[in-house]
Design a protein around this ligand. Structure first.
Ligand code: NAD
Length: 381
């Protein structure tokens, strides 16, 4: 079973998209476990107070465009990572409609550039491509999608994630095998929420901007139902997968779903009501939705494989996910220096819950006792 802290302590971990929302959470957690974390991305998105996220306080994050093949190759050969988490992407459906060329260049050729650089690095053992639930061909049905289903994507962003998966599989088949690392896998999660996200066109950042500027929270698709996962739950899945792959060379080289359960899907109207309750502030205004681009039925992920083989499950209730997210926006609005503190507190809380969960699983099965004792934060270890 996964030995989180021992596996990552001292490891050289490269995170593409380290300047982004998920990249910051992943980088912070890895750093708490004692990893040497570095990576690249574009300039980070600033919050409503105009402050740049304090990345340099925590890790070595370089500004570099993934479309520049030479720069990516130079970065990898200079930093020589043990493991790479590839998160850099144009991650928004709407922006994909506005700039399809840029979206495919970044999400498809960007993945090619990183994979090609990594396969030439004699140190790198593991590569994990973070894609999306949207990588699957959307059959507009109610069942959960399993990892062996067809790749697809209706709109440019979704299709770029399907393509990124195909690129990943082609590199794995063509350039690696059990004796030839890097061992390559991909991780697919859906909508995530959590502090530090100030992206445009995402519901929680939009709500936080409205509340903090005393504007009404305008919702246009109140009945639209989406799954809502906290960022630590998806990141925990990526890290479990990475740790298992480092421990068992050549195993787990495939796609993995890390999706929420059915109970985690709530309507936008209900979600916003809970946000207002948790925050104790905010006025909701529902407006008619103007004609927009096609919105596909959401793709439900079947995460049975991660649950069975990695023991991974989401551990927070929907209310806790929203409360944790609101806590970050609220606390950092009055005290910007709490930026990393709130994240750290939440990561450590989650790690405690994970330890308890995995101990329960261990006592139910024949997992070695050593596995449990090593699933500790670096501080507790
Ligand atoms: N946030 C979600 O709900 C969600 C859901 C499913 C999948 N994902 C995937 O997770 C990954 C991270 O998403 P996020 O939510 O952190 O988004 P984000 O926009 O906060 O971060 C994206 C990162 O990619 C970097 N990037 C974008 N274009 C780049 C370029 N041309 N060159 C170098 N770096 C570039 C950005 O600078 C940033 O560091 C993406 O691959 C996204 O598709 C996110």
């Amino acid at each position: 079973m996964t030995t989180f802290s021992e596996v990552y302590r001292g490891k050289r971990v490269m995170v593409t998209g380290l300047s982004g929302f998920k990249g910051r959470w992943l980088g912070k957690w890895l750093k708490l476990l004692g990893a040497d974390v570095f990576g690249f991305g574009l300039e980070p998105i600033v919050g409503p107070d105009g402050r740049r996220p304090p990345l340099e306080d925590e890790f070595e994050s370089i500004t570099l465009d993934i479309r520049d093949r030479r720069a990516v190759a130079d970065f990898v050969s200079a930093y020589r990572p043990d493991i790479v988490f590839h998160l850099a992407a144009q991650p928004l459906v709407r922006a994909g409609y506005d700039d399809p060329c840029g979206t495919f260049e970044t999400n498809v050729m960007g993945t090619v550039h990183v994979l090609d650089a990594v396969r030439r690095c004699d140190r790198t053992e593991v590569f994990i491509n973070v894609t999306s639930d949207k990588c699957y061909e959307n059959r507009e049905w109610s069942w959960g999608y399993r990892e062996n289903e067809a790749m697809g994507g209706y709109d440019p962003y979704s299709a770029s994630k399907g393509c990124s998966e195909l690129v990943t599989a082609a590199f794995r088949r063509s350039f690696t095998d059990e004796m030839r690392p890097p061992y390559i896998a991909s991780a697919r999660a859906g909508n995530v929420i959590g502090g530090t996200d100030w992206s445009a066109d995402r519901l929680l950042p939009d709500i936080a901007r409205a509340v903090l500027s005393d504007e009404p929270i305008v919702i246009r698709r109140p009945l639209s139902v989406r799954p809502w996962q906290h960022v630590v739950e998806a990141i925990n899945g990526y890290m479990q997968l990475g740790a298992e792959m480092l421990l068992k060379p050549g195993k787990h080289v495939e796609g993995w779903n890390f999706g929420p359960t059915d109970d985690d899907a709530v309507s936008v109207r209900d979600l916003v009501k809970i946000v207002v309750e948790c925050w104790g502030r905010g006025v909701i205004r529902e407006e008619a939705y103007p004609q927009g681009p096609h919105e596909a039925r959401y793709l439900k992920l079947d995460s049975s494989k991660a649950r069975d083989e990695l023991k991974w499950v989401p551990l927070l209730s929907i209310r806790e996910r929203i409360q944790w997210t609101v806590d970050w926006y609220r606390e950092t609005a009055t005290d910007p220096s709490a930026y990393w503190e709130v994240m750290e507190r939440q990561i450590e809380d989650y790690q405690r819950r994970w330890n308890e969960w995995i101990e329960t699983k261990t006592s139910e099965s024949s997992l070695p006792a050593a596995a449990v004792s090593s699933v500790r934060t670096s501080r507790a270890a």
